[in-house]
Design a protein around this ligand. Structure first.
Ligand SMILES: Cc1cc2nc3c(=O)[nH]c(=O)nc-3n(C[C@H](O)[C@H](O)[C@H](O)COP(=O)(O)OP(=O)(O)OC[C@H]3O[C@@H](n4cnc5c(N)ncnc54)[C@H](O)[C@@H]3O)c2cc1C
Length: 441
């Protein structure tokens, strides 16, 4: 079988790319390992019929690529959890708090100082080329933790910074490169991804899986399901060999795999430098939990459903009228492996009880362990100190007839990255003008 283009991986990046190609009249096929598309965007039907988002869920006003695509698909965008009134939750080791009364003026001032410092650095970083920054090597080696300590924060502020990083499932502050954090902010016009009011204030009505369902419907007949790819050869023609042994041919290949599974696919015909760059990237290994209730229990105590936690579960945010989402990140991976069955869920419920000041009657706690799923092996891109330098300027670029798409090829991961890179790969193949991946539209 021969087509113009084979897109390997039917996540948001691959589907977005394939849609643009198909609409331009290209003969394109998407080859997907699983029996479903969407990858890290997954809607799961609960007993009572509601669809819960087990992966990517929320976007923000700075995510122009995603919002533009949603509008093209005729989808409605609605406010997310940031619209919920109430107090922020802090599930600290000594006990839980709602609101900021227990923090000092000095603690609060420490937060503002870090944001200011990171934004100051972000203003000097070109997100398309952070490597050319005059101080790139030092800023990439510098951990966010070291930067915060240099600003002389209070002890409690430092603990909260750390809890916040772990709640986002990115790893500790020592695992974050300052240059990478600054690049992520610069990539959306100078807004830190800790600014939830701009990064996380919106979602697709019905859940993010609705967008994937809509793309899938548009690509009907062009998707090969249950077709894990074993190897790719880049040449004329390109060949894609499935685990089953079947060989597909095309003039071009779009690799839209997360970086973990990508390392397991044999790739020949590419420059050594590109392969090294692709193989050098990493992801945070994370799990997600969704806790389902009959009613929004957080409202009983005036909690807005958003919390950081120093305990086993990272934190909470509202997914819907009666469901809370949580993340558990790479630093706690060992805890999952060591825990007897049920312990993780018990820890999560204990956190909730501390925040709600009493028993919470959860109908279910659903877990999705993305870090060990063979077709994801991660969560979002993780840039440890030194990683940006090691991956280098080939990041997010193409080597025709080999193209890349997917959130790992953008500065900060996320659904926005999947859409922007998917569209960029399609434009490159079609020979159309390509705005920078980081220019605001
Ligand atoms: C728990 C969790 C919460 C998240 N929350 C948010 C959020 O709220 N907002 C946000 O913007 N982003 C969020 N993200 C990130 C976002 O979901 C992803 O960045 C984005 O969906 C990735 O899309 P992608 O197409 O790059 O990769 P993927 O979605 O991972 O797609 C890759 C595809 O490749 C397939 N594949 C893998 N190996 C093979 C193979 N050998 N052969 C063929 N196919 C293969 C996979 O099955 C998959 O379908 C979250 C992610 C997770 C896991």
């Amino acid at each position: 079988m021969k087509t113009d283009v084979i897109v390997v991986g039917g996540g948001l990046g691959g589907l977005t790319c394939a849609r643009d190609l198909a609409r331009a009249g290209t003969d394109v096929v998407v080859v997907e390992a699983r029996s479903r598309v969407g990858g890290r965007v997954e809607g799961m039907k609960f007993d009572d019929g509601r669809v819960l988002q087990m992966g990517g869920e929320i976007v923000g006003t700075v995510h122009h690529g995603y919002l533009e695509l949603a509008a093209e698909l005729g989808l409605t965008i609605v406010p997310s959890y940031t619209d919920e009134p109430g107090m922020y939750g802090y599930d600290m080791l000594e006990g839980a708090h709602l609101g900021e009364d227990w923090l000092t003026e000095a603690d609060l001032a420490s937060f503002a100082r870090l944001d200011e410092e990171l934004l100051k650095i972000a203003a000097t970083v070109d997100p398309a080329d952070p490597w050319s920054h005059p101080d790139a090597a030092r800023l990439d080696r510098l951990s966010v933790g070291a930067l915060i300590r240099s600003l002389d924060p209070t002890w409690m502020a430092y603990r909260l910074f750390e809890a916040g990083a772990l709640s986002a499932a990115h790893g500790t502050l020592e695992r974050g490169s300052v240059l990478a954090w600054a690049r992520a902010a610069a990539g959306v016009g100078g807004v830190l991804n800790t600014d939830y009011s701009q990064w996380e204030n919106l979602k697709v009505q019905g859940g993010s899986s609705v967008l994937v369902d809509t793309l899938e419907a548009e690509l009907a007949g062009r998707i090969r399901f249950n077709a894990p790819v074993a190897s790719i050869h880049v040449g004329a023609p390109c060949t894609v060999t499935l685990i089953s042994g079947e060989v597909l041919q095309a003039d071009a290949v779009v690799c839209a795999l997360p970086v973990g599974p990508l390392r397991r696919v044999g790739i020949t015909g590419l420059s050594t430098a590109r392969l090294q760059s692709l193989h050098r990237q990493r992801q945070a290994l994370a799990s997600k939990a969704v806790t389902v209730f009959d009613e929004p229990v957080w409202r009983r105590v005036g909690w807005n459903g958003l919390a950081v936690s120093e305990h086993q579960i990272g934190g909470f945010w509202i997914q819907g009228e009666s469901a809370l989402s949580s993340l558990l990140g790479p630093e706690k991976r060992g805890y999952i492996d060591a825990a007897p069955p049920g312990t993780l869920t018990q820890s999560l419920l204990e956190s909730l009880e501390r925040l709600c000041g009493g028993p919470v009657d959860a109908k279910a706690v659903l877990w999705r362990h993305w870090g060990t799923d063979p077709y994801t092996l991660g969560y979002v891109a993780l840039w440890e100190p030194g990683d940006l330098t090691a991956v280098g300027p080939l990041h997010g670029t193409h080597e025709p007839p080999f193209y890349v798409a997917g959130s790992d090829h953008w500065s900060a991961g996320y659904m926005e990255g999947a859409v922007r890179t998917g569209r960029d790969a399609a434009r490159a193949i079609l020979g159309q003008p390509r705005p920078s991946l980081y220019v605001e539209s």
